[in-house]
Ligand binder design. Structure first.
Ligand SMILES: Nc1nc2c(c(=O)[nH]1)N[C@H]1C(S)=C(S)[C@@H](COP(=O)(O)O)O[C@H]1N2
Ligand SMILES: [Mo]
Length: 217
């Protein structure tokens, strides 16, 4: 009987010690307690030895706040200068070949977030609609009526991704669920979130929400 109590006490101490050490390790990794609490339970926080930022950042600069998209009503349209206008459900998009890439989002405000993105190639989606020869610009329309544009050639050359996952979890609403344009090497305002329409255009000077307010195209 006495032996049993001893064993239980010992086990208890062993457990508390174990949890202590793992907490210590996280702090030593250089992320503050505040940052740790922003990681969702399921997301990864390191990839090939590189520290990742949490999928949900400390601030929200969205023009109309974080949008909640009802996925059963959701369609992604490809419109404008295309041979076939296309409407895709969330599941249709997820059936296309998947690509994963570590890319940093840089906002003009000076902060950045390095995240492991997974999604489909924008060129695969545009390919379904077949862009006309004279299309040179892609305008992204979002549910909050935000817009921004990128040259078609840049999207093709950089193999830009339309992401549905960040750090191995489903893209959170704050990051644009269901889809965000991962505009690699372009400022944060080119990363359209909550995308509903991909419009092919020949207006290379199209100005989106922030571009109309003075940010470079
Ligand atoms: N639909 C939509 N997408 C958007 C925005 C927005 O307001 N609405 N803001 C842009 C900006 S300025 C940045 S830096 C990134 C990340 O925005 P966040 O700072 O609000 O996280 O999303 C971009 N995409
Ligand atoms: Mo931004």
């Amino acid at each position: 009987m006495k032996k049993n109590v001893c064993l239980i006490t010992l086990l208890f101490f062993a457990f508390s010690l174990a949890s202590c050490t793992s907490n210590d390790k996280q702090t030593k990794d250089g992320i503050s307690g505040a940052t740790i609490s922003r990681y969702s339970e399921l997301e990864i926080n390191e990839y090939n030895g590189i520290k990742l930022d949490p999928s949900v950042g400390p601030r929200d600069n969205s023009i109309k706040g974080i949008q909640k998209v009802e996925i059963s009503n959701y369609v992604l349209k490809v419109t404008g200068l295309v041979k076939n206008s296309v409407s895709l459900t969330y599941k249709d998009v997820l059936m296309l070949p998947a690509y994963e890439k570590l890319i940093t989002l840089n906002c003009v405000e000076g902060w950045h977030a390095t995240i492991l993105w997974k999604g489909v190639l924008l060129s695969d989606i545009i390919g379904l609609a077949e862009a006309d020869r004279n299309a040179n610009t892609v305008i992204f329309h979002s549910i909050d009526s935000y817009t921004t544009a990128l040259p078609l050639q840049v999207i093709l050359d950089k193999k830009m991704i339309l992401a549905y996952s960040s750090n191995k979890i489903t893209l959170p609403p704050a990051l644009g669920y269901p889809f965000i344009v991962v505009a690699e090497d372009r400022a944060g305002y080119k990363w359209a979130r909550w995308v509903t329409e991909i419009e092919l255009s020949k207006n290379a000077n199209y100005k989106g929400y922030w571009e109309q307010r003075g940010y470079p195209n």
